[in-house]
Design a protein around this ligand. Structure first.
Ligand code: SF4
Length: 355
């Protein structure tokens, strides 16, 4: 199936009426002067966009050509214990990429283009207030030895969002000025504009990596894995902390051999400075029965890698969906094997958590 090559070519903007009252809203609209503007009462109620899982050709095009602008209402910070200490109010949701395993469209429907929130000043101010209230971090944890860490990109990919607006630049600047906190986001896209943001060690980028032959099928519209690896030294040099997000780890015949190759490539590519600060998180695949059905209609080759019922067990999730995970006792063995191989092939890489 032919996929759109340009990551973004915005032709239509759905927007809430208040958007034009914000500087960021006016800035984004000025950036796309020829885009058709459609007023909507709310950024999350656009029936023609969301929930249309029927025609994948359409929703990939929607991801490329459509942008939604809205105002973020809730400024709540949710506690977290894995990739961060807190999940920040999102500055966007949706994504221009289309990874076949992505959980974001499970929540929001499948044509799920980028929604940018234009009240960035309020979001950054809320982050500042919350971080200052925390005071100094009392003890080191696996998230970070010294600083409170805020996850910034839970529902999308900030490297692509940064093609649309300065929201990510503003977030990086906010954390640069907070003495006790750090921002963090995972990404599958290399946006070299971010190299000029001057994070001064206060933003952590987690490049998501997996063996190239699998990524070429399941990581739809992302930067190639080799490009992500090649970017790590430059991002460290530019002042980012760079970790690796080995996620999702997909099990197939020969997966361990492919991961050895990936670790060896990292070992050969990363500079001494990058290795010194390197850490990783490891997350094995969770798939989803409904997503499997959708994928069969547009991208069945991805399901050859993702759907392995003989290796997986079903689990009813809190939102009533059937998720599939690798069978518990087998998964324990996979995790041990992964960690043992990583220790041998890339000994500099501490693992923050693995499951
Ligand atoms: S880059 Fe992240 S948010 Fe975007 S489709 Fe892939 S997994 Fe989902």
């Amino acid at each position: 199936m032919a996929l759109p090559r340009e990551i973004l070519d915005i032709q239509t903007i759905y927007m809430e009426p208040a958007v034009e009252t914000y500087d960021r809203g006016r800035q984004v609209l000025a950036y796309y002067p020829n885009a058709r503007r459609i007023m909507v009462p709310s950024h999350h109620e656009i029936p023609t966009l969301y929930g249309n899982e029927g025609n994948a050709e359409d929703w990939l095009r929607i991801k490329q050509h459509t942008l939604v602008l809205g105002v973020k209402k809730s400024m709540s910070m949710r506690p977290n214990e894995r990739s961060s200490n807190f999940i920040a109010p999102s500055t966007s949701n949706g994504c221009a990429m289309a990874c076949a395993y992505c959980y974001v469209p499970r929540r929001k429907g499948y044509a799920n283009p980028i929604t940018v929130f234009v009240n960035i000043e309020q979001i950054c101010a809320a982050l500042g207030r919350h971080a200052r209230r925390q005071g100094l971090k009392p003890a080191a944890d696996q998230v970070d030895p010294n600083l409170w860490v805020y996850d910034l990109g839970e529902n999308g990919d900030l490297s692509v969002d940064a093609l649309v607006s300065d929201n990510v630049r503003d977030l990086v600047a906010t954390f640069r000025d907070l003495s006790n906190a750090k921002g963090s986001f995972a990404t599958k896209y290399v946006n070299r504009d971010l190299l000029g943001y001057d994070p001064q060690g206060k933003t952590r980028i987690r490049f998501s990596l997996m063996p190239e032959q699998v990524a070429q099928v399941v990581d739809v519209r992302t930067s190639p894995v080799s490009e992500r690896i090649a970017a790590i030294n430059d991002f460290v040099e530019a002042g980012y902390e760079v970790h690796i997000n080995f996620s999702p780890v997909i099990v197939y015949d020969g997966w361990e051999r492919d991961y050895i190759e990936l670790f060896e490539k990292l070992d050969a590519t990363l500079s001494a400075t990058a290795k010194e600060q390197l850490k990783a998180e490891v997350i094995f695949l969770t798939h989803n029965a409904a997503l499997h059905e959708v994928n069969l209609r547009w991208h069945p080759r991805a399901e050859d890698w993702l759907w392995r019922p003989e290796l997986q067990q079903k689990k009813l999730s809190q939102n009533g969906m059937w998720n599939l995970r690798y069978k518990v006792h087998e998964k324990r063995r996979y995790v041990e094997s992964f960690l043992g191989t990583l220790r041998r092939a890339l000994p500099c890489c501490e693992v923050r958590y693995a499951f």
